[in-house]
Design a protein around this ligand. Structure first.
Ligand code: SF4
Length: 368
C-alpha cells in the first residue's frame, strides 16, 4: 500500500525548495538544546565549540549533563584555558575518547594565546586548531559565524543518501554525499540549515523506521518515492573488531590508597590515569611471565573473571590481579615510578580515569 502511495508522489529533486521546507519546519520544531541560542539571540561560539567536541561519538542525551557541568565550571574560553588539565580530564571522565578532552584544553589555550580569546570565523581556519576536524569546523563556522559550510556526519550522510537515493555503499560514498549535501547548503541561514539537518536525522530520518509521513521534505525525497528509505545508506562489509588482551594490577596499600599510573601523553587514553597494566596484545602470555611485569613485588592473586571493554577499533579483555601491600612498598623500575602515584580510594571517583580503568578498579576492589 505504502509503495503505491509513494509512486504517486510528485517527486522533484532535492534543491532550494527542499531547503525552504526544512527551514520552515525547523522554525516550528527545532530541538531546545542548552547550547543553542534562542531564536533571534546571538550564538556563542564557545558554547557551540564545546558542545560539538562533546558530541563527537557521543549522543545528545549523554552530553547534556557534561556540557552543563563544564559550562558552570568554565563559563568561557579563558576560564577553560586556565584550568589545570587534570581537572578537565577528571570532569570529562565518563564521556570517553579522552584525547578529545586533551585537545579541548589545548585548543582553549591556543585560542586565548594566539587569537585573543576569539575563535576564528571560517571552517578553514578553525580546522587548524587542536581537536577540530572538518565536520566540527564546518559546524562551528555555519552555526556560530553563518559561513555556508556543510557539516556532514553519519546522521547527515543518512539523510542525504536517502534524499538523493544514493546506492553506492559507505564508506566509498562519503565524498559524493558530502558533495550533494553542499549543493543544498544555502547562503542564507546556513547555521539553521545545518541544525535542521541534524534534527531531521535525529528525530525523523532515523536509521530504522524513518517517519517519512511526517517528514517536511518527503515530497523531495528520492528514497521515499522509491520505497527504499529503510535500505539506505548501504554499507560495505565491516571488519570485525580484533581482540586484545592484557593483565592489570590493582595494588591496594594498607592505608587505603590504590596505585595508579599516568599513561603517556600520545596515543590511546593519552594522559589519563590507569591501573598499571601490561601491554595490550593479541595473545596472553603465561601468568608467570605476566607477574614479572607487576609494578611491585607482592603476593598477587588472580581476581576471578575478566574485564571486557570495547574501543572503536578493538575489543579488550583484561585479567586482573590484586595485592594488599605495606605502606613502605617500593615500586619496581619497570612500573615507571615517576608516572605512578598512590591515590586514596575516596578520590578515585573524581580522578581522571577512563571507563575501562573504572571497570578494572570495580572488578579488582570488589569484596570476594
Ligand atoms: Fe528521511 Fe523519509 Fe524524510 Fe526521506 S522522506 S528524508 S527517508 S524521513
Amino acid at each position: 500500500m505504502g509503495a503505491v502511495a509513494r509512486k504517486q508522489l510528485p517527486l522533484r529533486p532535492a534543491g532550494p525548495d527542499t531547503v525552504d521546507a526544512l527551514l520552515a519546519w525547523y522554525d516550528e520544531e527545532r530541538r531546545d538544546l542548552p547550547w543553542r541560542a534562542k531564536p533571534g539571540k546571538r550564538t556563542n561560539a564557545y558554547r557551540v565549540w564545546l558542545s560539538e567536541i562533546m558530541l563527537q561519538q557521543t549522543t545528545v542525551k549523554a552530553v547534556i549533563p557534561f556540557y552543563l557541568k563544564f559550562l558552570a565550571r568554565w563559563p568561557n574560553i579563558t576560564a577553560l584555558a586556565e584550568a589545570p588539565l587534570d581537572d578537565v580530564l577528571a570532569a570529562w571522565a565518563g564521556l570517553g575518547y579522552y584525547s578529545r578532552a586533551r585537545n579541548l584544553h589545548q585548543c582553549a589555550q591556543v585560542v586565548v594565546r594566539d587569537y585573543a580569546g576569539k575563535f576564528p570565523r571560517t571552517a578553514a581556519e578553525l580546522q587548524k586548531l587542536p581537536g577540530i576536524g572538518p565536520y566540527t569546523a564546518a559546524a562551528i563556522a555555519a552555526i556560530a559565524f553563518q559561513e555556508p559550510a556543510t557539516p556532514v556526519d553519519g546522521n547527515i550522510e543518512r539523510v542525504v543518501a536517502r534524499l538523493f537515493a544514493v546506492r553506492q555503499p559507505l564508506p566509498a560514498a562519503k565524498s559524493e554525499l558530502k558533495r550533494l549535501a553542499a549543493t543544498l547548503t544555502p547562503e542564507n541561514r546556513p547555521g539553521d540549515f545545518a541544525q535542521a539537518m541534524m534534527d531531521l536525522g535525529a528525530g525523523i530520518c532515523t536509521p530504522r523506521r524513518p517517519s517519512c509521513l511526517v517528514c517536511p521534505v518527503q515530497s523531495d525525497c528520492a528514497a521515499a518515492a522509491q520505497g527504499i528509505e529503510e535500505q539506505l545508506p548501504l554499507r560495505g562489509v565491516r571488519a570485525e573488531r580484533p581482540l586484545r588482551v592484557g593483565f592489570a594490577f590493582v595494588a591496594l596499600r594498607e592505608d587505603g590508597c590504590v596505585l595508579l599510573r599516568r599513561r603517556p601523553d600520545a596515543g590511546l587514553l593519552g594522559g589519563m590515569l590507569e591501573v598499571p597494566s601490561t601491554e595490550w596484545i593479541e595473545m596472553l602470555p603465561p601468568p608467570k611471565q605476566a607477574l614479572r611485569a607487576a609494578p611491585l613485588r607482592a603476593d598477587w592473586w588472580l581476581v576471578p573473571g575478566t574485564v571486557v571493554h570495547t574501543f572503536t577499533h578493538f575489543r579488550l579483555e583484561l585479567v586482573v590481579y590484586r595485592a594488599l601491600v605495606p605502606s613502605d612498598a617500593s615500586l619496581t623500575f619497570w612500573a615507571e615510578p615517576d608516572r605512578c602515584r598512590w591515590v586514596p580510594r575516596r578520590e578515585l571517583s573524581s580522578s581522571a580515569l577512563p571507563s575501562v580503568m573504572r571497570k578494572v578498579l570495580a572488578h579488582g576492589l570488589k569484596e570476594q
